[in-house]
Design a binder for this molecule. Sequence first.
Ligand SMILES: [Zn+2]
Length: 399
Amino acid sequence: MSLKLINIGELVTYNSEKKSMVILKDIEIAIENGKISDIGTLVGDCDEILDCKKKLITPGYIDSHTHPVFVNSRYNDFFDRLSGLTYKNIQEKGGGIISSIKDVRKASYKKLIRCVKDRMDRFINMGTTTVECKTGYGLSLESELKSLDVLDKVNSIHEIDIIATFMGAHAIPPEYTNNRSDYVKIICDDMIPSVKKQGIAIFNDVFCEEGYFSIEESRKIMLTAKLHGLFNRIHADEFNDFGGGELAAETHAISADHLMNISEKNIEKMVDNGVIGTLLPGTTFSLGINNYAPYKKMKEMGLEIALATDYNPGSCNIKSMSFIISLACIFLGMNPLDAIKAATYTSAKSLLIDKVTGSIEVGKNSDIVVWDFDSHIKIPFMVTNHPIKHIIKSGKLLN
Ligand SMILES: [Zn+2]
């Protein structure tokens, strides 16, 4: 099966040869067996033709940071926060991450599949064709493996591509509050080897923040994961300059995420060690705080930047990468082309899939969005309204 996209108004993508974003006009794309086979002013004949009616074409978004394996959204926590309660107050009321953990442990495999699949329907309808999904609401060997099984199943039945991340180090589960070193030992001695044996997760992630996992605990978990062949990501320097970015550099993690309070010295260490900085402005926005990550400083220092939603049941309910681009332009000071690169190519790079997707180039998967508007500048401008005409995933026209 081959498909030809004609009458493209504006094609915006990263270009590996030029090592920069490009804007191409009056161009056609040929797709064969799910891959992009030609890009040019006039490509050869194909079985089907899609008239793009002078609209904007971009790669499908790559959302490289989400937590979708949960049962219920914690909108009550949101309401409590609006009423002035702190995270600690909310936890004392039985809310917070602990309530998500109880639900996931109780939920059947079937129920979790339904929950995650419904969420993936929403992601792909907003133009995301690959999504990184973390576990981390089970926090026991059994429920973490169950969460990974759920991701594997949804990946096999859904058009969207899921990259799975094991996040046993999301929080200390309640039964280990007074015995945290035992839980770290379980992660290292039981969970990571079992996760590797199960063969679904590619990445390991650690919540390295004050009150969660210390630098020493995070280091131990990350080095164990690395030893077992998992690549590392890390939640770093969100609440204060805790040293997570520095640890990412030391352990050669692929990505350090959040980074709202990272110091200049530690940005430099990340740059020197090729760690990608994944910025999540949707969380800052949803929490109603103002300390967005120091993007301009990061760019000036040469840090590679990815953008993602941080979709999760508590602090960020955003699934739209277009809205994230809008926030990145308005609050981080990104320019639209840099933001689109961060939401496609660099996100793909942070998931080690940039050779197969994340840009519209010959040989790559045809993961493409045909927008119902004509210019990439309208993505940040339109804030919450981003009509889509067609989504093409691995050569298949979805709508
Ligand atoms: Zn997160």
